[in-house]
Design a protein around this ligand. Structure first.
Ligand SMILES: Cc1ncc(COP(=O)(O)O)c(C=O)c1O
Length: 483
């Protein structure tokens, strides 16, 4: 006699209810996308407002899924940046395609364990395939490989640890990066156990590119003092300015010093898909490791980072540990266990979203969208240059341009504090009124407004509208101040 089916777990969902709720979620996502352009690019909220709204005891008993979805859609999710809004030009934007979002959903729904080949043969093969596409695009030699990571920070950490091991984990290491490098490099060094006295922040030149002569001197000085250079981290698109370090020269220096050249191309690397981006990134393929962040300029949802190394054995050496309870997962070298290449044992199947985006839209559409970002950076610069009171602090490079209003009083520029107050005020207004999401930085100590234009939805009209508004606000304020 067949035993009666056990009562379903209270955590189980009925298939009809799964469909109904799933469609409701999809409908909400589609509506969000449809209304994105007419929405504001950013909305925040103070802790004082959010505490009473969301602070509550954890529900002990089941609740209504529709009510939970409604609350998520009205109380939680709207109070955030719309990072994929066509006028979100702050920090480093991200604009995933729907195909990639669906790929991510699929990977989550199938709950793939992408740590070992045994648990995820098909997914692991796809990760190898997508990494191979990336390898070709950025010009690393055959045999190079790596893994998908949570983001650029995790990829940079992987590179730093692999380089440290490749150098024999020396007693007195030194690591080199520019004063324009992303903070994740310094953080990675700290996590990897390098003390402050091992870090060499090399000055950048007038164009914000690392000073190669200063780097060579620093390496020579360290070697003379018995230190071991472990890694040089170059920028393949610096976060501040989009500027690319002189990669061929750096490759020469590293070759001579027998030092690991890492290129942090987290945001800029996919520019290699376009002829002008490839020219800017020339030399990238000579790196020993490269960080890429598909969730930045390759139209993927968070979290999608990537580390490629010339020789994946460098990652194995740094990360492979085989405990007895995983003895079943060693299937031979060609069956890659991605857990052996990085920090995570349990990993999501991140490659699927990238694969899905490329299956649906193809490589060319992705490349064209990257090229459009480069073009719109140039559009922004041209529009800014048309206003005489604008000072370009760093010209358009890989979709980023930095500038400020710099009015003069009787032919004399305003003092720095006054310029900062003026520009900060303009930025605050642009964000508060919902024209755009824009952020600032500091270049050589000067307060700089910064546009980072990477979204495939953004148009020249979006860019010009923001520049016009910045200039108009500036004129208004200068008029008021000069009164
Ligand atoms: C050049 C660069 N490297 C690394 C990172 C860190 O990447 P993630 O935020 O994905 O960890 C960023 C982020 O903006 C970046 O611009």
């Amino acid at each position: 006699m067949v035993p009666p089916p056990p009562p379903p777990s209270p955590l189980e969902s009925d298939p009809d209810e799964m469909r109904r709720f799933g469609y409701a979620v999809i409908d909400a996502l589609v509506e969000r996308q449809r209304g994105l352009r007419d929405d504001v690019p950013w909305r925040g909220g103070s802790r004082r407002d959010l505490e009473p709204l969301l602070r509550e005891p954890c529900p002990e008993e089941p609740g209504d899924p529709d009510a939970a979805l409604r609350r998520a859609l009205t109380e939680i999710l709207p109070r955030a940046g719309r990072i994929d809004h066509p006028r979100f030009f702050a920090f480093v934007p991200s604009s995933p395609t729907w195909a990639s979002v669906m790929g991510d959903l699929l990977a989550t729904g199938f709950n793939v364990f992408q740590g070992t080949w045994l648990e995820s043969a098909g997914p692991s093969q796809v990760e190898l395939v997508v990494l191979e596409w990336f390898r070709e695009w950025i010009g690393l030699p055959e045999g190079a490989g790596g893994l998908f990571t949570s983001g650029g920070s995790a990829a940079n950490l992987g590179a730093v640890v692999a380089a440290r091991e490749a150098a024999g984990h020396p007693e007195r290491p030194s690591v080199y990066f520019s004063d324009q490098s992303h903070s994740s490099i310094e953080r990675a060094c700290r996590i990897a156990g390098f003390r402050d006295d091992a870090l060499r922040r090399i000055p950048s030149d007038a164009a914000y590119r690392i000073d190669v002569a200063a780097l060579s001197d620093a390496i020579a000085r360290d070697v003379a003092q018995g230190r071991t250079p472990v890694l040089v981290s170059a920028n393949g698109g610096a976060t501040n300015t989009g500027v690319v370090d002189p990669l061929p020269e750096l490759a020469d220096v590293c070759e001579q010093a027998e030092t690991w050249l890492h290129v942090d191309a987290a945001y800029g690397g996919f520019a290699a898909l376009t002829p002008r981006g490839a020219a800017t990134l020339s030399g990238l393929g000579r790196a020993r490791s490269v960080t890429l962040d598909p969730h930045k300029w390759f139209f993927q949802p968070y979290e999608t980072g990537c580390l490629l190394v010339r020789d994946p054995a460098d990652l194995q050496r740094a990360f492979h540990v085989l405990p007895e309870y995983l003895q079943d997962v060693e299937l031979g070298f060609e069956h890659v266990n991605f857990a052996d290449r990085g920090l995570q044992l349990t990993r999501a199947f991140r490659a699927l979203k990238v694969w899905m985006g490329l299956q649906v839209h193809g490589r060319r559409a992705h490349a064209d969208a990257v090229d459009k970002g480069i073009e719109l950076g140039d559009v922004a610069e041209a529009a800014l240059r048309a206003a005489p009171e604008i000072e370009i602090l760093s010209p358009s490079s890989l979709g980023i341009v930095c500038f400020r209003l710099r009015p003069e009083a009787d032919g004399v520029p305003w003092p720095e504090e006054r310029l900062e107050a003026l520009n900060r005020g303009i930025q605050d207004t642009i964000v508060a009124e919902g024209t755009a999401m824009m952020s600032s930085t500091r270049l050589r100590g000067r307060y700089a407004l910064r546009l980072c234009i990477l979204n495939y939805r953004s148009t020249a009209a979006d860019v010009r509208a923001v520049v016009e508004r910045v200039v108009a606000l500036g004129r208004e304020r200068v008029g008021i101040v000069e009164g």
